[in-house]
Structure formats: structure tokens, C-alpha cells
Design a protein around this ligand. Structure first.
Ligand SMILES: [Zn+2]
Length: 500
């Protein structure tokens, strides 16, 4: 019998090349340098790697090893290979759908606009009614693609279940993350329930205040605008963003100018995705930090969040193998680092130090920032609960209504049904964010105990963080929790963050 399987090290080297090409293609699309993605074409040039024989060879290598680190490496390779094997029959449809969404245009204000252009506009639009009009257009795009989104999700889940030998995306996520996602979702819902009254009380005053209108339950059209806290734009100017953020990260102990592997891209291009991100094309050598400034404090937060990821990937040891440098079972670990760095904006002292505001003003802006954070936490908690239902049957006609009900009830904003299939991230990423919400609060409480109230600007947190970054993707989110003497079942630091 002929076999197409390669030895694990050769397979890993070839897969790394595939990932590098894929990440580079994706980066060019995200930053608006390329109007179409080619991920299916790139997949085609590597498709010969992804065979059932290769999967068998990797599981045989895993079972043959007594070394737990080696077994973990083979296990990670197997999961990545299984993703790729299962993608064969849907990757072209996924690329077509992605590119049609990128090419979608609608007229607004006499100009043709893309979904990304509308997304950037809505966050900065000061007029209430115009925000609703823009949002309606964004929802129209989602409605047009919903049926195909659902079909692709359903088909992909069927194929993946067969390749993984597991029943559905949730079972695959459980195996991959090493947690029980449904149980974790119940714990998150409990935190949301415990903090619901505090959130409702804040919402009753802050929604009308931030929107300048007596509205108790604004539509989701206003979410990005609320998040931007534009009332403070004169203080948190676009012009100072890069300089202040650079200084903030340097004071934490990581001057970006000394880390040549991190490449910031802050340009405002029309087709650039308004959602900030980090794209590690080569780890640790080439890590792109991508932010599209739309004005306001949210730009600072986006930059710092992504800087946390960039420090992680850019400072990962180049001595680690591909599986512990580039591959990760999930994103819950790296999201701890992004949250910790972003959380610096929750420190009143940071505002006093960098913006010349009084302590009283700093406390006010931090109250608003924490309200926005609580709103996002509640959104992701509801999204995870909804996504567990969605994956039970993507074609279930009750899904749009479930989405609307769960998200509206949790955030006290009125969600439409139209984004039920598009407002989802692959691989139950909502769970990764929520794991990071929990563990980052544990880490910050610990850093404050160890290094004082000025942990974020006295450089003393740097050794602890650097030791973690160097290890790449080796530890799990829950390992970090245990390392500081906490526990993955301990949500108290998060609860006090949400209600204080
Ligand atoms: Zn992130």
C-alpha cells in the first residue's frame, strides 16, 4: 500500500509554510491591501499533505511516545491536521462566501460602502438616527448571506464530526480546549446573573447619558458608539494614541522600539477591517499589530489589547517547536495577555498620568469604561450560551429568535435577529474570551498584591509576563490561573471587577 504520510517533523515544517502563506494572505485582506482572500487557493497547493493516512501517522506517533511534551506536540499536530482534512470539501465555498461579503456594496450618502466601511463609520457617527440607518444596511448584508452561512456551518460541522470522530463542534471544542464548555457556560451565566442588578442600575443612567437621549434599551446600532465613549474625545485624541500607548507598554516593561518583531499598522485605509487584531505571520519573527483608529478611548484600548497579543507572539522563544510556538489548542491563553494590557485603561492612575485629568475625572471615565466592559462580558456570555444552542442544530429555524432574545436580555440592548449566523467566531472563540475574562482578573489581582497599585507602570510585572510569553502556547489558560495560586473555578475576582 502506498502511503502519503510524512514523518511528523517534516509534516510540521510543511504545515508551518502553509500557515505562513495563509496568514500573509489574510493580513493583506484585513488591512485593506488586497480585496479578495485566496485561502482556498493556498489550501489547494498544500492539500496533498492532509490525508487520513497522515492523521493515522500522527496518532501513531502520539501513542508511541512516553514523553508528555512530545505527546502534546503530536496531539496538537493531529488537531491542526484534522481541521485541514475536514476543510477539503468546504474550503472553496468558504472562500467564495468570504470574498462575496468583502465585495458587497451598498449606497449610503451617495457613495458605495463595504461592510467594513460601514463598521468604521458607525462607531464614529455622532447622529443617533444615522447610526440606526447605517446599522440597518449592515443587517441587510447579514440577511443576504445568512442562509449560506447556515448551510456552510452545518455542512462543515458534519464533515468535522466525521474526521474528528466526535459529535459536533461543541464536542470538538471540549476535546481541544480540555474543558467542559457547557459547564463553563453555566458558570459564566451564574456570574452574569449575580451581577445583573449592578449592570441594570448602571445602564439606567449611562445609556441615556452616553447617547444624549432618554432611551432605556437602545438598539445594537449604538453599541460601537457607546463603546467609544466619544464624550471624552478631546482628552483621548487620535493624535496622541500611538505615543501614549507606546509609553504605556514601555512603562509596563516592554519598549516596543526594542522588539523589532512587532510591526504596528495604524493606517486608515477604506477597506481595512475596523476590528483590531494581531496577525502573527511568522512566530516570533513577524507579528503585525493592526488597528484602524476610529477616534476615542476605544482606539487606545484596541491598541493595548493587541499589544498584549503582539508581546506574547513577538517574545515567544524561537527555540520552541512549531507546535508550541505557532500552534495553540485555543486562544484562551493569549487573550489573558491582551486583557491584562488592555486593563491598564481601567486604572484611574493611568488616566491621571497620561492625560492630565483630575482623579475625580479619572474615576468617572473608568466607571464608564467598566460599564462598557461589563456590557461586553454579558454579550459574550450570552453569545456562548447561544452558540451552544446553535451548534446543536445550525438549521434550526428557532436560532434567529434565540439569538435576539439571549443577546438583548443580557446586554439590555435590542438586538435584531439578522446577525444570528454571522455574529459568531470560529471554534467557540467566545469561550476563549470568557476564560480570559476570568483568568486576567485573577492575574491583575495577583499583580496588584505582589507589586502594588502601580504594577502597570513600575516595570515590576515584566519578569512574570516575560516568563509566560517566552513559553509560547505551551501553558493553558487554566495553568496560568493555577500558577498564581488561583483556580479555574474561582470567579470572585471577576465578580468584584464587574460590580465595584
Ligand atoms: Zn484578542
Amino acid at each position: 500500500m502506498t502511503t502519503t504520510a510524512q514523518p511528523p517533523a517534516e509534516f510540521a515544517a510543511a504545515m508551518e509554510q502553509h500557515f505562513i502563506e495563509g496568514a500573509d494572505d489574510w493580513r493583506k485582506v484585513i488591512v485593506g491591501l488586497q480585496d479578495e482572500s485566496r485561502f482556498a487557493d493556498i489550501y489547494g497547493t498544500y492539500a496533498h499533505l492532509y490525508t487520513p493516512e497522515q492523521l493515522s501517522a500522527l496518532s501513531a506517533a502520539r501513542d508511541a511516545s512516553d514523553d508528555p511534551v512530545e505527546r502534546d506536540r503530536m496531539r496538537r499536530l493531529w488537531f491542526e491536521a484534522a481541521d485541514a482534512v475536514a476543510a477539503a470539501d468546504v474550503v472553496q465555498a468558504a472562500q467564495d462566501l468570504t470574498n462575496e461579503r468583502l465585495a458587497w456594496r451598498v449606497e449610503f450618502d451617495g457613495e458605495e460602502r463595504s461592510v467594513n466601511a460601514l463598521g468604521a463609520m458607525i462607531a464614529a457617527e455622532t447622529d443617533y438616527d444615522r447610526r440606526e440607518a447605517i446599522y440597518e444596511l449592515m443587517c441587510r448584508a447579514d440577511e443576504e448571506f445568512a442562509e449560506r452561512d447556515v448551510e456552510l456551518s452545518a455542512r462543515s460541522q458534519e464533515l468535522r464530526s466525521a474526521v474528528f470522530g466526535l459529535e459536533g463542534e461543541v464536542a470538538i471544542a471540549n476535546a481541544r480546549m480540555g474543558i467542559d464548555v457547557a459547564e463553563f457556560s453555566r458558570q459564566v451565566t451564574e456570574v452574569a446573573d449575580r451581577t445583573a442588578d449592578a449592570y441594570a442600575a448602571q445602564a439606567a443612567t449611562l445609556f441615556p447619558e452616553l447617547l444624549g437621549r432618554d432611551v432605556q434599551r437602545p438598539s445594537r446600532a449604538h453599541a460601537a458608539y457607546v463603546r467609544s465613549l466619544h464624550g471624552w474625545d478631546d482628552t483621548y485624541t487620535r493624535e496622541r494614541m500611538a505615543e501614549v500607548c507606546d509609553r504605556t507598554v514601555a512603562e509596563l516593561g516592554f519598549p516596543l522600539a526594542d522588539i523589532p518583531t512587532i510591526l504596528p499598522d495604524l493606517e486608515d485605509r477604506p477597506e481595512k477591517d475596523p476590528r483590531a487584531c494581531v496577525i502573527p505571520v511568522r512566530v516570533p519573527e513577524e507579528v503585525h499589530l493592526v488597528v484602524r483608529p476610529t477616534g476615542g478611548i476605544t482606539d487606545y484600548q484596541a491598541f493595548l489589547h493587541e499589544a498584549g497579543h503582539a508581546l506574547h507572539f513577538g517574545l515567544t522563544s524561537d527555540q520552541l517547536p512549531f507546535e508550541h510556538r505557532y500552534v495553540s489548542p485555543d486562544n484562551a491563553l493569549t487573550e489573558i495577555y491582551s486583557y491584562v494590557v488592555e486593563r491598564i485603561t481601567h486604572e484611574p492612575l493611568w488616566h491621571v498620568r497620561h492625560f492630565g485629568v483630575s482623579r475625580e475625572q479619572a474615576d468617572r471615565v473608568v466607571d464608564e469604561i467598566r460599564f462598557v466592559d461589563a456590557s461586553l462580558f454579558r454579550r459574550y456570555g450570552a453569545k456562548l450560551a447561544y452558540e451552544l444552542e446553535f451548534w446543536a442544530d445550525p438549521r434550526d429555524p428557532r436560532n434567529p429568535e434565540r439569538y435576539r432574545e439571549r443577546l438583548s436580555a443580557a446586554t439590555l440592548m435590542d438586538y435584531p435577529t439578522s446577525q444570528f449566523a454571522s455574529d459568531m467566531d470560529a471554534g467557540l472563540y467566545a469561550a476563549d474570551y470568557l476564560r480570559a475574562w476570568r483568568t486576567s482578573e485573577q492575574v491583575i489581582a495577583w499583580l496588584r498584591r505582589e507589586h502594588g497599585e502601580e504594577w502597570f507602570c513600575n516595570g515590576e510585572a515584566a519578569d512574570f509576563l516575560r516568563d509566560l510569553f517566552v513559553q509560547g502556547s505551551l501553558p493553558s489558560n487554566e495553568d496560568v490561573s493555577r500558577q498564581i495560586g488561583s483556580s479555574p473555578d474561582d470567579f470572585e475576582a471577576l465578580v468584584s471587577h464587574l460590580v465595584d
